[in-house]
Every structure is written in structure tokens, then in C-alpha cells.
Design a protein around this ligand. Structure first.
Ligand code: ADP
Length: 290
């Protein structure tokens, strides 16, 4: 169940290079694709999902050549796009039944069994008679997972699924993703470092259409051990600090002072304290070093 992407390049008609020889490999489990807005995540997700063509490069999943045989990939794929529309006035159950039919499940009884199963997994069974277009953001995203599970996918792709969810909905959605993502290869794209922490066993950070860091979050944190430093400064000092040190991030505190986090291989100077590395540090270091 390995997804291999090699030297994928995409230049849009307006000249924007969204993917620049992007190469990565994702095995079973949850894989976090982390990057700022405009990094190329959606372009990559849509290309893997066979919805658009790259300019050059290759994609394979198991023994499937995705670009040559998109039909076969679609049979193995569950995709939750960034935005998905639903018809008003249709219940969750009916919509899932319809989608299962589209996915080729011809037998009515088998469809009923499948629909009940995915409603159950996503905790939407009680809401099966409710209209999907009246669902809250979190319920809609869980419905999105229900629909993608209908064909028992071996590759799951979810594109920025937590955008717009409140914290409780987000947590519930990520827990669901954790459950369904363990049995297949699941790629989660996000600009939120918090979505990746504690959830993904592998990650890639992408920036300007390239992978700038790939590996296990825990390992990336270990590499930063002893190299993350923090210091509290006044607002006026930030600019000076930035010109003299490798500042990873600066957080305003309620008292108006700033906690600056700095990357340095040894004690950078007076006032700095060693601090435990955060995944956010890994992220900013990768972006800044690119
Ligand atoms: P992300 O999902 O990481 O925010 P995208 O893949 O959406 O990144 O976009 C990558 C870059 O490609 C951005 O600069 C974006 O403006 C550009 N882009 C995306 N889609 C199109 C398109 N259809 N036509 C032209 N440019 C696009």
C-alpha cells in the first residue's frame, strides 16, 4: 500500500509553478502533508486523485501507474476534496445509497449494509434521516469520510479537512481519521502543525511545490534537541533579535512581551534558555531553511 510520487511538476497556464519536481513516498498509516497556503498541497492532492494532470513526473500506488491507469486508482481511492457540494433536501442515508450505486454497488441489500456500516463508523447513524446540507461543518466532514469509505479504499486522501471546524469538531474529526487511517494509506493535507502532531506517523513539509522536509515527527523533534532556545523580550527588541539570530517564531504574551524562539546549535547568548523543541519549530526551520 505504498504511494510513490516522483519528480512531479505542474505549471498552470498563468505561469505559476505549483509543483516543482516534488518527490515523496507514503506507506500505510496516516501521512501528514504540511505546508503554508499556496505551497501546492491541493494541486498535489487533486493530481493523485486523478482529477488533474501534471506536466511531468510519475505517481504509483501499489502496482498501479496512476497517470496511465486512473480508473484502477479510482477503485482503490477515497477522496475528500476541500469543498464538496450536496443536494438540498436529501438525507444522509439516501445520499450515501446513491453514491454507493455510483461506485458500482448494484445489490440493494449490500448497499444497505454498507451504508449502515459507514454511518456507524462515522457516528452519523442517529442522523441518517437528516438532510446533509443542514449538517454543521464537522458533521459534513464526517459525512465526507462516510462517503469515501463506501468502496473500502486502500488509499485515502483528505484535503484541508479541518479548515473551518471549531475545536471540538476538529478533535472529533481527527479521531475519526485516526481510526480509519490505520488500515490503509491516508494522506492528510493541512496548514496546521497541530493536525499533524500526535496523529501522523510520517509527514512531509512542502513549500513552493517542493518537499523541504520528510520523516517522522518524533525523529524531527529529536534532531532539534538542544537547538531550540527561548527568550522573553520587549516588542521593540524583536527586529534587532531577528537580524542577529535565527528566529523561528515570536509569540505575544498577555503581558505584552514576546516569547521568541530561536534556532542555534549552541547557547546563543545571555538571556536564552534551552527549551523543548516543538513541531512548530521543525516546521518554521524547514520553511526558513528552504
Ligand atoms: P495549497 O493547497 O497548498 O494552498 P494550491 O495547490 O492550491 O496550494 O496552489 C499552489 C499554487 O498554485 C498557488 O500559487 C495557487 O495560486 C496556484 N494555483 C492553484 N490552482 C490554480 C489554477 N487552477 N490556476 C492557476 N494557478 C493555480
Amino acid at each position: 500500500m505504498t504511494l510513490r510520487i516522483s519528480k512531479l511538476t505542474k505549471v498552470y497556464d498563468n505561469g505559476v509553478k505549483a509543483l516543482d519536481e516534488l518527490t515523496l513516498e507514503a506507506g500505510p498509516g496516516l501521512f501528514g502533508l504540511l505546508g503554508p497556503n499556496g505551497a501546492g498541497k491541493s494541486t498535489l492532492m487533486r493530481t493523485i486523485a486523478t482529477l488533474q494532470q501534471p506536466g511531468s513526473g510519475g505517481i504509483t500506488f501499489e502496482d498501479i501507474d496512476v497517470l496511465k491507469d486512473p480508473k484502477r486508482l479510482r477503485q482503490a481511492l477515497g477522496y475528500l476534496p476541500q469543498e464538496f457540494g450536496v443536494y438540498p433536501g436529501v438525507s444522509a442515508e439516501r445520499l450515501l445509497d446513491y453514491l454507493a450505486r455510483l461506485k458500482g454497488v448494484a445489490d440493494r441489500k449490500e448497499r444497505k449494509r454498507l451504508v449502515e456500516q459507514v454511518l456507524d463508523i462515522t457516528n452519523l447513524y442517529e442522523l441518517r434521516k437528516a438532510e446533509v446540507h443542514r449538517f454543521s461543518g464537522g458533521m459534513k466532514q464526517r459525512f465526507g469520510i462516510a462517503q469515501l469509505l463506501l468502496n473500502n479504499p486502500r488509499l485515502i486522501i483528505v484535503d484541508e479537512p479541518t479548515a473551518g471546524l471549531d475545536p471540538a469538531e476538529r478533535k472529533r474529526f481527527l479521531n475519526l481519521l485516526r481510526e480509519v487511517g490505520t488500515q490503509c494509506t491516508a494522506i492528510l493535507s493541512t496548514h496546521l502543525v497541530d493536525d499533524v502532531r500526535g496523529l501522523c506517523n510520517e509527514m512531509a513539509i512542502i513549500h513552493n511545490g517542493r518537499v523541504v522536509k520528510q520523516g517522522r515527527p518524533a525523529e524531527a523533534l529529536r534532531e532539534l534537541n538542544g537547538k531550540a532556545w527561548s527568550r522573553t523580550i520587549a516588542r521593540e527588541q524583536l527586529q534587532g533579535l531577528e537580524s542577529n539570530y535565527f528566529v523561528l517564531s515570536a509569540h505575544y504574551r498577555p503581558d505584552g512581551e514576546i516569547e521568541a524562539r530561536v534556532y542555534a546549535s549552541e547557547q546563543p547568548g545571555p538571556g536564552f534558555e534551552a527549551t523543548e523543541p516543538l513541531l512548530e519549530d521543525v516546521y518554521f526551520l524547514a520553511l526558513r531553511s528552504a
